[in-house]
Write a protein that binds this ligand. Sequence first.
Ligand code: FES
Length: 151
Amino acid sequence: MTALDARALLSIGDFAARAGLATSAIRYYESLDLIHSVRTGGNQRRYHRSELRRVAFIRAAQSVGLSLDEIKDALDQLPERRIPVRADWQRLSASWRQRLDDQIERLRKLQDDLESCIGCGCLSLDHCSIYNRDDALSADGPGPRRGFSTT
Ligand code: FES
């Protein structure tokens, strides 16, 4: 590393401040291999400024609702830890469009279901779609749909 390269590196405190995150979040992202640092001779972390773009990518993807595992999968598609560029963001974010559409549809359904619950309070297993939201077995008929095994 040249002296010029060394000056382009940020300490974890400076990097966290520029990213708008706590240093603990930076360490956590790094432990997940989402961002990367280099070490000084004294074993201190230093971050290339370009890693800030990875943090921006992570934060934007989280705001869409992606888990850190999903974000890691997306970042791992970039060759050799390359920093995501505009084209990467366009390609990856396009694949998240369906996910957002699905989330919006689920929220619309939740809003519709909530209308019948407002002022009710029964929380009935039989007909409250808020309380028993994912009752896939209800299509099989009323009552218990699974037997108990004694073995
Ligand atoms: S609380 Fe009564 S239907 Fe949901």
